[in-house]
Design a protein around this ligand. Structure first.
Ligand code: ATP
Length: 314
C-alpha cells in the first residue's frame, strides 16, 4: 500500500522514580508506563519527490526537523536509502488529539507511529525489537510507544519489561491550556535541587531497579488490586513541578477530594490525572472538578487504560 493511517496512543506514568545520574547525562529511571485510549492519528503517504513533508494544524507542532515524527522518517531514510529511492518521499499528516508538552509522550507516540508505518509501507519487515532499537535513538519514550500496554521501563526509560495489562481502568486527565512544561527543564531542575539523593554506583542502581521490579506497585498490578494501584502512584518530578505551579497542586487536591483510586501528575506534567474504576465514575469526577475549578483554561479528557501500542487504522 502507498498510504497508512496509524493510531498513536498517549501514555501516563503510574510510577516515576529518579534513581540517579548516568554517564551520558541522562537520568537513570524506574518507571511504570501505561498507554491510554487518548490518541493521535498519523497518516503517512508515499509522494513522488524524495523529501519529507509534515502537515499538522496544531500551532505548537513544528513542521520540520524540530518535529520528532520528521526525525523518525529521516532516520529510516538514512538507514534504508534504497527504500527511499524505490518508494519516493513521505508525507506525514498529524491529527493532534494528545495535548502538546503535557507529559503524555505525544511526540514520542508520533515518532513510533512513523517507524511502524514506514516499516509497513516500505516492506522492511523489521521486528518490534528492531523498531524499538531505532526508536531509542529518537527519544527515551519512543520504544514504549511502539509496544504500549503496561510496562516497567528502566535505564533512560528505553529498557522495557511488559507487565499484566490494566485495561479495566479509566482515567480523567486535566491540563491548563496556558501551561506547558519542558521535560528537560523538569529534569535539569531536579538535578540542581536533589542531586544529593542520587545513587551513582552501578550495583546500588541495580538494587533500586530490582526493588521497583519486585516492589508493591508491580505486585498490585499483577493482582489487579485497584485500591493499591491508586495508593501507590508515585512521581518524583512532582517535587519540582508542583511547588513551581501552585495551580497544579490545587488541581491535584481537587481530584484527591473526589471518589478516585488515586491522582498524580503524569511525567514532567503539567497534566494531572485521576484513576477510576468505571467510565461513569470518571464522568462524575470530571464534572465535579470542572465545577470546583471553574476555569475556562482547564481542559479535560476521559480515556481507558489500554494494551495498545501503535495500531493500523486502515
Ligand atoms: P514526554 O512526555 O515524552 O516528555 P510531552 O508529552 O511532555 O513529552 P510532547 O507533546 O511530546 O511533550 O512535546 C514536547 C515538545 O516537542 C513540544 O514543545 C513540541 O513543540 C515538540 N514536538 C516535536 N514534535 C512533536 C510532535 N510530533 N508532537 C508534539 N510535539 C512535538
Amino acid at each position: 500500500m502507498r498510504s497508512y493511517s496509524l493510531i498513536a496512543p498517549a501514555k501516563i506514568n503510574l510510577y516515576l522514580e529518579i534513581i540517579g545520574d548516568r554517564p551520558d547525562n541522562y537520568h537513570e529511571l524506574a518507571m511504570i508506563l501505561q498507554s491510554i485510549s487518548l490518541a493521535d492519528q498519523i497518516d503517512i503517504r508515499a509522494i513522488r519527490i524524495e523529501t519529507i513533508i509534515i502537515r499538522c494544524e496544531h500551532p505548537l507542532v513544528p513542521p520540520d526537523l524540530g518535529n520528532i515524527a520528521y526525525r523518525a522518517a529521516y532516520l529510516l531514510s538514512q538507514e534504508f536509502p534504497d527504500a527511499l529511492a524505490r518508494y519516493g518521499g513521505i508525507e506525514i499528516t498529524i491529527h493532534k488529539n494528545i495535548p502538546v508538552a503535557a507529559g503524555l509522550a505525544g511526540g514520542s507516540a508520533n515518532a513510533a507511529a512513523v517507524l511502524v508505518g514506514l516499516d509497513l509501507m516500505w516492506e522492511l519487515g523489521l521486528t518490534q525489537g528492531e523498531l524499538q532499537q531505532l526508536g531509542a535513538k529518537l527519544g527515551s519514550d519512543v520504544p514504549f510507544c511502539v509496544s504500549g500496554g503496561t510496562a516497567l521501563a528502566t535505564g533512560r526509560g528505553e529498557i522495557l519489561s511488559p507487565l499484566p495489562n490494566l485495561n479495566h481502568l479509566y482515567v480523567v486527565l486535566a491540563k491548563y491550556k496556558d501551561i506547558s512544561i519542558s521535560t528537560p527543564w523538569a529534569y535539569r531542575t531536579y538535578r540542581q535541587k536533589l542531586a544529593h539523593t542520587y545513587i551513582s554506583d552501578s550495583e546500588s542502581q541495580e538494587n533500586s531497579r530490582q526493588r521497583v521490579n519486585s516492589g508493591p506497585m508491580v505486585s498490585a498490578i499483577a493482582h489487579r488490586d485497584n485500591i493499591e494501584i491508586g495508593k501507590l502512584l508515585h512521581n518524583d518530578l512532582e517535587k519540582i513541578v508542583l511547588p513551581e505551579y501552585p495551580q497544579l497542586l490545587k488541581l491535584r487536591e481537587a481530584f484527591a477530594s473526589q471518589s478516585v483510586l488515586g491522582t498524580m501528575m503524569s511525567g514532567s506534567g503539567p497534566t494531572i490525572f485521576a484513576l477510576t474504576e468505571s467510565q461513569a465514575q470518571a464522568e462524575e469526577v470530571e464534572a465535579a472538578v470542572k465545577g470546583e475549578m471553574a476555569n475556562p483554561n482547564l481542559e479535560f479528557w476521559i480515556a481507558e487504560l489500554n494494551s495498545n501500542g501503535i495500531t493500523v487504522a486502515n
